[in-house]
Each structure stands twice: as C-alpha cells, then as structure tokens.
Write a new protein. Structure first.
Length: 539
C-alpha cells in the first residue's frame, strides 16, 4: 500500500574512484545512443534524395521498431546474465548497425542497418538506467540522473548540426555520420571492459537459460512489430479505415493484451511482472513517460521541417536552429535532478515541467513563415525547459515509478519504463508517426496542385518535398512555404492536446518516500566496494 510520507534526506556517503569510472562508462554509452538519435533527423532529406527513396519514415521506424523490441529482452537478460555482458553485446550491435548504414547502397540496406543499430541502442539505454539504479539509491539519484541529462543534452546539441554538416558537405557525405559512430563505440566498449566492474550472477548457463521468458518475449516482439506497421502505414500508404492498417493494429494491440495476461501466469521468471502496475503512482509515471515520448520525438523530428521548408535553411543551419531546445535541456535536467534529491520530492516538479511544455507548444502554434528569430528561439527555449525537466534520461518520471516499489524490482520496472519510452518516442513509433500523419494529410490539402503534380509519384510530402522548394519561382515558392507553415501549426496544436494528458497524469501521483538502499545482488563487486570504502575513509 502506498504511504504518503516524505522522509528527510540523509547525507549520502562519498563515492570512490571505481564508482566514478562506472559512471563514466554509463555516460559514454548514453552519449552513443543519444547522439545518433538527434543527428540523423537533419540529414534525412539528403539520405532520401541520395538513395532515391520514397519512404523516409522507415529510416526512423526501422530503428525504433528494433529498439522497442530489444528492450524487454535486454532488461530480462540483464537480470539473468548480469548487466555488463548484455551492455557490451548491445554496444557491439550498435557498431555493426552503424557500419551497415554507412555502407548502404539502397534504402532497404539503410533501413536494415538502422534496425540493427536500433536493437543495440535500445539495450544500451535500458542497461544504463538499470546500472545507475544498482549503484545509487533512488533518494540520491536525482543528481546523477541530472549528469546523464547533461550528457544527453550535449549529444542533442552536437547531433543536429553535425548531422546537417555531414549531409551538406559533398566531401564528407551523410555516410560519415554513421562511420563516426565506430570510434565512439570502440572507446565505450573498451572503457566498459576495464572500468565497469559489476557483479555477475554465479548460476551456471543451463540455469540461466531456463529462466528466460522465451514465449513472453516472442509475443511482445511480434505484437510491437504489428502495431508499428499499422501506425507507419496509416494515413500515408493506406487510409486509416483500410484493412492493411486496421488488421495489424488490432492484432498488435490484442497481442500486447495477451502478453500482459501471459506475464501474470508465466511459470518462468516474467519479463514484465504484473505487480509493477498495482499502485497508481507507478502507473502515473508510466503514463507520463508515454506522453512525453510522443512529444519529444515529434518536437525534435519536425522542428527541422519548419526551418528547412518555411525558412529555407540548409540541413546544417536547421541543426543550429535547434540549439535553443538543446541548450535549455541540460540546465533544466540538472536543476530538476538536484531539487528532487535535495527536497526528497518529485510531484511538484512533474507539475511544473508539464506547465512549461504546455506553454512552449502553445507558443509554437503561432509560428509562420515570417516569424522573427527572437520568437522561435524563445518558444524553443520555453518548451525545451519543460522537455528537459522530463527528458534526458527522463529525470523526473522515474521517481514516481520506482518510489512505491522494492529495490529488487528496479531492473524490471526500469526495463518497462524504457520500453514505454521507446515505444512512444522519437524517430520512431507514435511521435513521428502521429506527426507524419497529421503533416502529410494537412499538406495534401494545403499544397498547390501545381507543386504536388511536379513531385515523383508516392513521394512523402513532409520530408521528400523539401529539397524541391528552393528551386521554385515566386509566388509558388511562397505558397508552398505557407502550406508547410499552416500544416505545422496544426501539428503543434495536436501535440498541445496530447501534452495535456501528461499534466493530468500528475493527479494520480502521490508523494512517497524514496528508497535509501540499493539491491545488494548487483552493483560494484566486493573488491570495488572495499576500495571505495577505503578511499572514502581517507577523504
């Protein structure tokens, strides 16, 4: 039962060198996935044009699909085989996917490489959250999640302009963007081998294999794939009333429901224990995570459309134009993490965060072709503060999820948290799909028929048409830009309505005392703990 009592925060013990080395590994791994997520969006139009593609959404959707599908299995395997072996495997997958994308000679190969990348990235993001929970009690975790938020913010700041630079320069090309991941993954892999000294379960291989929830993972992978297929096709390739959209959606959602039922009765160790949903505070955190995932994905994915289509900015310039979002995220993340740890409270921070998001998105609905620089910079900054408080490893929404649960459930709870985040987030899934559907349908209504007829058959308007705008003569060019501006305004209005659900989720949330201990089965090994204690005593 939830108890609404907030304890006084105790002074945390000093951390030793091995702890900070482990934190370095976590931050390096986080940077890998975050940088790739934010750098690809600004280079998308160039990739599509270079490979003569027509379905840019699948560059993101393939990545997301694989990422979402890999998360439950990654978290589950980490509970069985240990954290470090699974993290190292995910880093290797990410490197392999990057190499495949860099060498892609067709859209099919690029999408396949992104899928491999996504499977690694999903596991990386799940494992970094889980490892942090093994090292630091929830009551102290705000500051350290703020540090991870800063890493995410740095990646968000560097990603868009770097992606735009590789897309714009013929001597680099967009392929270099993926090849850049290879030395980064190599460095992170070596650092994790030598510096991430974590406990590993001592059971034998046959015992570990017997604990794997093969059926449950098969159900959730197939169901997730089916839902995402329906979302990707709906309103673009086929109408929402088409059987080719409704059938995969219905089957996928039914499969997810079947997964929940199966997990309640599974005889082996479940991937998703049903007890995680038995309190309303955890449910409120999961709900907020899903809503926020939709918003942050769509915001970062479609703001470049405004700059490239409406303002006529280059890919690299549109990446620079995203900096107000990125620069506001890090201070917000650090602030929210510090206040959570200092005051041992999280509910009021959630309310304030959603307030900033609502105001920022509301202001963005007023953007048009002639909007002044000060307007879009200020609007991005306000929305970025709210998204930063909630985002960048989702500093604030993890606290209501974990506070009511025992520390032994941290791995499973965070695995589900990352699954929900990825299922609804970013360059994939719901956020981009909802945005694509709204924008595509609005553009079909608003774009001049003369311009639409000049485009290749089947080209997706929201990104594929952008490279054609600069070559248009006036007044057609202005008409096309106005059409994009009006369509994006409708998209921001839709996102504004969705963000209201995030604010409403705080009504379910209780202020609960946060755990002051970690699960002793995990974390630094005994040697590391002994050395950390000696260093702390010396200090």
């Amino acid at each position: 039962m939830e108890k609404e009592v907030v304890g006084e925060p105790a002074r945390p013990p000093a951390k030793g060198a091995r702890f900070w080395l482990a934190m370095l590994c976590i931050m390096l791994s986080t940077f890998l996935a975050a940088f790739d997520t934010t750098s690809v969006a600004t280079a998308l139009p160039t990739m599509v044009a270079d490979l003569n593609g027509t379905e840019f959404v699948w560059i993101g959707s393939g990545y997301t699909l694989a990422s979402v599908a890999s998360i439950p299995m990654s978290a589950h395997l980490a509970n069985i085989f240990g954290r470090r072996p699974i993290l190292l495997s995910c880093i290797l997958l990410f490197a392999l996917g990057s190499a495949l994308c860099g060498g892609a000679q067709s859209m099919a190969m690029l999408i396949g490489g992104r899928a491999v990348q996504g499977s690694g990235a999903g596991g990386i993001l799940a494992l970094t959250e889980i490892i942090l929970s093994d090292l630091v009690p929830l009551q102290e975790r705000g500051m350290y999640q703020g540090l991870l938020g800063s890493v995410w913010s740095i990646a968000c700041t560097l990603g868009p302009p770097v992606g735009g630079a590789f897309a714009s320069r013929k001597d680099w090309t967009w392929r270099g963007l993926f090849y850049l991941n290879l030395p980064l993954t190599g460095f992170a892999f070596v650092a994790c081998i030598f510096c991430l000294d974590l406990k590993i379960p001592k059971t034998n291989l046959s015992q570990k294999l017997a604990r794997i929830d093969w059926i449950g993972n098969a159900i959730i992978i197939a169901s997730t794939t089916s839902v995402l297929l329906g979302l990707t096709w709906g309103g673009i390739r086929f109408s929402w009333s088409s059987a080719r959209v409704l059938v995969p959606l219905i089957l996928g959602l039914a499969g997810i429901a079947a997964f929940v039922v199966y997990e309640a009765f599974v005889p082996v160790e479940p991937t998703m224990p049903i007890r995680l949903f038995r309190n309303r505070t955890s449910v409120s955190g999961y709900l907020a995570t899903g809503v926020h995932g939709i918003l942050v994905a769509a915001a970062f994915f479609y703001i470049p459309v405004y700059f490239q289509a409406c303002k006529g900015h280059s890919p690299i310039r549109s990446g620079v134009d995203l900096l107000p979002y990125s620069f506001s995220v890090a201070p917000a993340a650090i602030f929210i993490g510090a206040t959570t740890s200092q005051f041992n409270r999280y509910r009021i921070q959630n309310v304030i965060s959603w307030g900033f998001v609502l105001v920022g998105l509301g202001l963005q609905t007023t953007l048009h072709v002639d909007s002044a620089v000060r307007n879009w910079v200020g609007f991005e900054f306000v929305a970025g503060i709210g998204l930063g408080m909630l985002a960048t490893q989702f500093v604030i929404t993890t606290f209501p999820i974990l506070a009511p649960l025992p520390v032994s459930d941290n791995g499973s709870a965070l695995g589900l948290f990352i699954f929900i985040r990825s299922f609804f987030q970013g360059s994939i899934a719901w956020g981009v799909t909802i945005g694509s559907t709204v924008l595509e349908n609005q553009l079909k209504k608003r774009l001049p028929e003369e311009f639409v007829q000049s485009l290749p058959q089947g080209l997706e308007l929201s990104y594929g048409a952008i490279p054609q705008i600069s070559a248009l003569a006036e007044p057609l060019r202005r008409q096309v830009r106005d059409a994009f501006s009006g369509s994006l305004a409708v998209l921001w209005q839709v996102l504004l309505g969705i963000s209201a659900l995030g604010l409403l989720s705080t009504l379910l949330m209780k202020e609960l005392p946060m755990q002051t201990v970690v699960d002793e089965r995990w974390g630094l090994n005994e040697q590391a703990k002994t050395e950390d204690t000696r260093e702390s005593d010396t200090a």
